[in-house]
Design a protein around this ligand. Structure first.
Ligand code: URA
Length: 436
């Protein structure tokens, strides 16, 4: 067997055997297969797809490319992951809430991919927060305070870590086999017993169309079933960014506001729906509405914020930033974008906001690029809102005037305001489980 033959097979639309997939994943993880050949095969998978068996083989091989944690001592550990979005600060709000409700949280998150943000970059904007801790510390943290949020620095699914970064550089992010195997391999390696997935759909998501989001959800449900890890997918709207802030410390600040009880309605819908299914899978109650209420009550009582502070302190972060978010460093330039006319906001394309925010420095153009934690965009108006001419639509947080002015022009180009009333779009688009 050699890698050229495997690349040629996928290039010619043939299916790969379990052994060929194992050969590729093991060789790439060990560095025996280089980035050029891996990129060629990834592109062939992107273009020609994989069948269900190939996707499952790929997922399992990636999951077992490094250590696989055994978290059975904690009972049922329900993990959560998103397929990616713009302004998605859900993990920062939801996971401390779930932990405060007594369900253990041991979560491995990712960095930004393409124009989408990543929880690890957001957490690292909290001074001192360590995302790369040893596996023993990760488990000890869960034992001690019921929660740990880390990056992919442990030897967990190392094949995914390499492939994830590679995909970003070769425009191969939007692919069902590659997303499904990436997410499910991480969840299996991190030892989850049950999984709730936020499958985003719309301009700012990798799946632009609902039917593709459903296909991705079904694929991940199927992998979950084969791996004996019950999986529920919540389809969520990512046509416009989630909440107000897009950018790393700006999103942490919004998450702190939410944990203080001031949560944007779309963020609340995602947090409570995902949370309700997590509680259900954890055996804490089958009534989704009652579970949603429990999530909200936990936040309103201040217990979720307290747990978030414990998490930050326990991982070396400076808790005074959570107590007083004004301490987060501010961007050099803060520039308002005003509405050019009076009317209703018809569209705030999430992909464009993500791209503009990335160009400001909130995301990476290349995998080695540093992130500027304080830059990004805060949306003051969302789809369906009424706005008067010259009222502030958004605030740009930039490192210099040139990038701020450029971002302002781009936002003015994409924001559409119309005279007829515009309906707000639903945030939750559906639930996909094994049974459906
Ligand atoms: N999140 C992941 O972990 N992997 C992907 O491929 C997309 C989103």
């Amino acid at each position: 067997m050699n890698i050229q033959e495997i690349i040629a097979k996928k290039r010619d639309r043939q299916r790969l055997t379990k052994e060929e997939i194992a050969y590729f994943i093991q060789g790439y993880t060990k560095g025996e297969i280089g980035d050029e050949q891996a990129a060629a095969l990834v592109m062939a998978i992107y273009l020609n797809g994989m069948d269900e068996e190939e996707i499952t083989d790929l997922t399992m091989e990636m999951a077992y490319s490094g250590d696989v944690l055994d978290l059975s001592r904690f009972g049922t550990v329900v993990d959560k992951h998103s397929t990616g979005g713009i302004g998605d600060k859900v993990t920062l709000i939801l996971m401390p809430t779930i932990a405060a409700l007594g369900v253990p949280v041991a979560k491995m998150s990712g960095r930004g991919l393409g124009y989408t943000g990543g929880t690890i970059d957001k957490l690292e904007s909290i001074p001192g927060y360590q995302t790369g801790i040893a596996v023993e510390d990760f488990i000890q943290n869960v034992e001690k305070i019921g929660i740990s949020l880390i990056g992919q620095t442990l030897n967990l699914a190392p094949a995914d870590k390499k492939l994830y970064a590679l995909r970003d550089t070769i425009s191969c992010t939007e692919s069902i086999p590659l997303i499904a195997s990436s997410i499910m391999s991480k969840k299996i390696a991190a030892g989850a017993s049950k999984i709730v997935l936020d499958v985003t759909c719309g301009s700012g998501a990798f799946m632009k169309k609902k039917e593709d989001a459903i296909a991705l959800a079904k694929e991940m449900n199927q992998i979950g079933k084969l791996a004996k890890k019950e999986t529920v997918c919540v389809l969520t709207n990512m046509e416009e960014p989630l909440g107000k802030a897009v950018g790393n410390s700006l999103e942490v600040i919004e998450a702190i506001e939410a944990l203080n009880g001031k949560m944007e309605s779309d963020v609340e819908a995602v947090v409570t729906t995902l949370g309700a299914y997590m509680l259900k899978l954890a055996g804490k109650g089958n009534d989704i509405q009652a579970n949603q209420q429990e999530i909200l009550s936990c936040i309103q009582s201040g217990k979720a914020l307290k747990k978030f502070k414990e998490l930050v302190a326990n991982q070396g972060g400076n808790v005074s930033y959570i107590e007083n978010p004004n301490q987060f460093p501010k961007a050099e330039v803060i520039l308002e974008v005003q509405a050019m006319q009076t009317g209703y906001v018809q569209e705030v394309k999430a992909e464009e906001i993500g791209r503009i925010s990335m160009l400001l420095g909130a995301g990476r153009k290349r995998k080695e690029d540093p992130i500027k934690p304080e830059v990004g965009i805060v949306l003051e108006k969302k789809v369906g809102d009424f706005v008067k001419e010259k009222e502030v639509l958004a605030t740009i947080h930039a490192a210099d005037w040139e990038s701020a002015e450029k971002a302002k022009q781009e936002i003015q180009k994409i924001d559409r305001i119309v005279s007829e009333k515009v309906e707000k779009q639903p945030t939750i688009l559906g639930i996909v489980t094994d049974e459906k």
